[in-house]
Ligand binder design. Structure first.
Ligand code: FRU
Length: 485
């Protein structure tokens, strides 16, 4: 693909140059959020995978730092996680600071083996030393990857728990360690629910149930292809983890099928095309659990137009759980770090309402009752090119328009998302930035994330509704607060 002028997003992390994919090693050190990411230091394609690094205090403005963990001659550094080893269980500490320990997949370049390796940092996550006795966990597998390590705390004591995938088997492997070096297999989960693609990038964490003091365990599983919107997607399971085994509240059949119609009964963290490999931060309290995903899709990630840099992260999402009227849990997402500004709110008129806005911007639609006839929000560039069209009815449909700049048959598509039934008021929050749209509906219980090509600088929107009385909209222009343009 050729190089074209791509406008950088303002509220989303992009690397200064070259390729990025999954977020890795997310952690909060008490002052700063650390985002590591799959990065090719040498080009705009996937290769020479290393961990890039950026830090932020607000999850919006990111400062990119030097590469944290560089690929080797024989192996790439694939996805993984970071923990701060406060009790120095690993022995990597020098008695003054808690070691920051990265657990990643060493992926043999000749594709004969993937095993888990560790590296430690004594300067707060800036530079890492690879452990001399790597790998620490080798199953002799070619597709064993993406270790996410958490601290499991119980009355019987605390220990490290790792979830990682046997990708081809559609299994999440669960391991335990006292010191991050020696790992014992506890159990495995899967295959279950969507299995048409391989499983990648698992995460296991607790979430509070809003309005109660209940906590539930959540297992996140990315899969590719076989996602609900096509290609890469992310499903989740809610249940219990007892320190050994994850047991979902509902055991599900496996779905070998592709596509929205067969997969819409499932639990999807996002219903769009571009929300993959999402993982949560280590080091945040349970009521501040936060997740970032890679805002792309393996269907076309390698073919998107680029401007010397390629790929971006989603906005950071704060997560909790809510119970619906049938007693089923939904993950609820809230976008974090948006600048606060006064917003004007107006009632919509029947027919067409014109809304002036630029990007980035946040548009909030509120319907007193779910619209019976479709409400349509259309986003335009200054030259009147239609970029995206959003239809809200019993389900929400995001039509990705103006896909001509992306020379890929899989790029132009419509994404659909069922809305929760039986809810009276319906709110739809739409965050647009250069190159993306993130839609959170029904109080954040439904999420749909799509790239809109990097050219898509927005100028205005129209909202068409059948009856005005039912609908209102708010617009918040978000500051152009990029560190560099
Ligand atoms: C997910 C993934 C991971 C792997 C990494 C390699 O997007 O395929 O399974 O560790 O990307 O870059």
């Amino acid at each position: 693909t050729q190089q074209v002028a791509v406008k950088r997003p303002q509220l989303h992390f992009t690397a200064k140059k070259n390729w990025i994919n999954d977020p890795n090693g997310l952690f909060f050190d008490g002052e700063q959020y650390h985002l590591y990411f799959q990065h090719n230091p040498h080009g705009v394609g996937h290769g020479f995978m290393s961990w890039g690094h950026a830090v932020s205090t607000d999850l919006v403005n990111w400062e990119e730092l030097p590469i944290a963990i560089l690929h080797g001659d024989m192996a790439d550094i694939f996805s993984g996680s970071i923990v701060v080893d406060h009790e120095n269980t690993s022995g990597f500490g020098d008695g003054t600071v808690a070691p920051v320990v990265a657990i990643y997949t060493a992926a043999a370049k000749d594709e004969t083996n993937q095993s888990q390796a560790i590296a430690y940092s004594l300067d707060g996550g800036i530079t890492f030393t690879k452990y001399e006795q790597n790998p620490v966990l080798d199953r002799g597998s070619k597709d064993f990857r993406d270790p996410k390590v958490i601290r499991y705390e119980s009355e019987q004591g605390s220990f490290w728990v790792m979830v990682a995938v046997e990708a081809i088997d559609r299994r999440v492997m669960i391991y335990r360690s006292e010191n991050l070096k020696d790992w014992t297999e506890l159990s495995s989960f899967g295959p279950q629910a969507a299995v048409a693609g391989i499983w990648e990038c698992p995460d296991l964490f607790q979430l509070p149930v809003a309005g109660t003091d209940q906590l539930k365990w959540v297992l996140i599983v990315s899969l590719n292809p076989g996602g609900v919107a096509g290609g890469s997607g992310t499903q989740y399971f809610i249940g219990e983890f007892n320190g050994t085994t994850f047991t979902p509240d509902e055991t599900q059949e496996t779905w070998d099928s592709f596509g929205y119609e067969s997969l819409k009964q499932g639990d999807w963290l996002d219903w769009g095309r571009d929300f993959y490999a999402g993982v949560s931060f280590h080091g945040l309290p349970l009521d501040e659990q936060t997740l970032i995903a890679w805002m792309s899709n393996w269907d076309y990630a390698r073919d998107l137009p680029h401007d010397g840099w390629r790929g971006s992260m989603s906005a950071a999402r704060r997560l909790d759980l809510v119970k619906d009227s049938n007693g089923k849990f939904d993950i609820r997402q809230r976008i974090l770090g948006l600048p606060k500004a006064d917003v004007a709110s107006s009632k919509a008129n029947a027919g067409e309402n014109r809304i002036e806005l630029g990007s980035p911007a946040l548009v909030e639609l509120t319907f007193a009752t779910s619209p019976i006839e479709p409400a349509v929000l259309s986003l335009f560039r200054a030259d009147d090119t239609l970029i995206s069209e959003l239809t809200v009815e019993s389900e929400l449909i995001q039509h990705r328009r103006e896909a001509g700049k992306v020379d890929h048959e899989l790029y132009a598509s419509n994404q659909r998302m069922p809305l929760p039934v039986g809810s009276d008021e319906l709110d739809v929050k739409v965050l647009v930035d250069h190159g993306s749209i993130e839609i959170l509906a029904a109080g954040g219980r439904r999420s749909l994330t799509d790239q809109l090509t990097g050219e898509a600088a927005l100028a205005y929107a129209t909202l068409r509704v059948a009856t005005g009385a039912n609908a209102s909209f708010k617009v918040q222009e978000l500051f152009d607060n990029a560190l560099e343009s």
